[in-house]
Design a protein around this ligand. Structure first.
Ligand code: ATP
Length: 299
């Protein structure tokens, strides 16, 4: 669901914000964290040093139901091995488990069965901060904060220099429009500031992820239609964002599924087909059916 998908990005972003705030909020967060079943291990393992080629990722017989719904398997014996640098499009009807997959990769929940590894390490053995530092998220509905453009992007890597921020904005095809704002990078964004278009907000979110430079990138592609120019710019920015990393995309665009190395087709918590767009169209199964109905062609 779009709401849940937005919440993932939103929640982690807001938590990041809150974490940086001091004092009472910090204690509140500690209390919340103590209540959560998701804990960092006492003696965490660490990831191997980044190769610049992206991380490998495996799901090994992963089965998961939400605590509130013990009878609905949101993921049902899901196994897949993803190589460093691969771009994987995840598609499937509503309720198939696409968002759940992302939530498990980020360890908002742990599976009841099976395991997930990142570069060979069970993600439950990693410090939560290391897992989340290794993972970039571009949510479906990207938000801008009440801060200037520079800070909105720097958010992806607190402490980054202005030059780093601008380099990331260039890669994400955001530099040009930001420069054209009345105050350039100093322009105040957010509800009481400059209102950006959907495509511009997406490019800000991509710039944040580029600045963070994680080996694993999770993209929840926007479902809303963009105008042709914005679409072209977003596609270009995504293309750049995928270079040198492993990318999983909950895909809604024809252009995205067509260029994915592999498409994973999910239904009712299971992987029912995998292959390239051409493979799966030729097969005439669920994917071919979905493709005919669902993908927005680029204008
Ligand atoms: P969509 O395309 O609509 O976003 P999806 O493929 O992302 O769907 P999920 O959101 O992963 O599907 O949902 C998988 C299953 O888990 C569904 O049966 C859904 O109703 C259920 N589910 C999702 N989120 C929760 C939650 N927070 N609590 C309980 N059940 C949930």
């Amino acid at each position: 669901s779009a709401l849940v998908a937005g919440a993932i990005g939103g929640l982690s972003e807001v938590l990041g914000d809150v974490q940086r705030a001091a004092g009472a909020t910090e204690r509140l967060l500690e209390l919340l964290a103590a209540e959560s079943p998701i804990q960092s291990p006492d003696i965490p393992r660490t990831l191997p040093p980044p190769t610049g080629q992206g991380a490998s990722l495996t799901l090994e017989d992963v089965t998961f139901h939400y605590p509130s719904r013990p009878l609905t398997m949101a993921l049902d014996h899901v196994s897949i091995a993803i190589r460093p640098g691969e771009t994987i499009a995840v598609v499937g009807p509503s309720g198939a488990g696409k968002t759940t997959l992302f939530q498990l990769l980020l360890r908002f929940y742990d599976p009841q069965q099976g395991r997930i590894t990142l570069d060979g390490v069970d993600i439950r053995e990693l410090a939560l901060t290391e897992l989340r530092n290794a993972t970039g998220i571009v949510p479906q509905d990207s938000v801008t904060f009440s801060a200037n453009a520079l800070e909105n992007i720097r958010y992806g890597k607190p402490g980054a220099s202005d030059d780093e921020v601008i380099a990331a904005a260039r890669l994400a095809a955001a530099h040009e429009f930001i420069e054209k704002l009345p105050g350039g990078y100093q322009s105040f964004l957010g509800e009481r500031g400059v209102r950006l278009s959907g495509g511009q907000r997406q490019r800000i979110a991509i710039a944040r992820a580029m600045l963070k430079n994680p080996p694993l990138l999770l993209l929840d592609e926007a479902t809303s239609a963009l105008d042709a120019e914005s679409e072209r710019l977003v596609q270009g920015a995504l293309e750049a964002a995928m270079q040198g990393r492993t990318t999983l995309i909950i895909a809604h665009r024809l252009a995205t599924v067509q260029r994915a190395d592999r498409i994973i087709v999910m239904e009712e918590g299971r992987i029912v087909e995998t292959g390239t767009h051409a493979d799966l169209v030729a097969k005439g199964g669920l994917y071919a059916h979905l493709a005919a109905l669902q993908f927005h062609a680029m204008a």
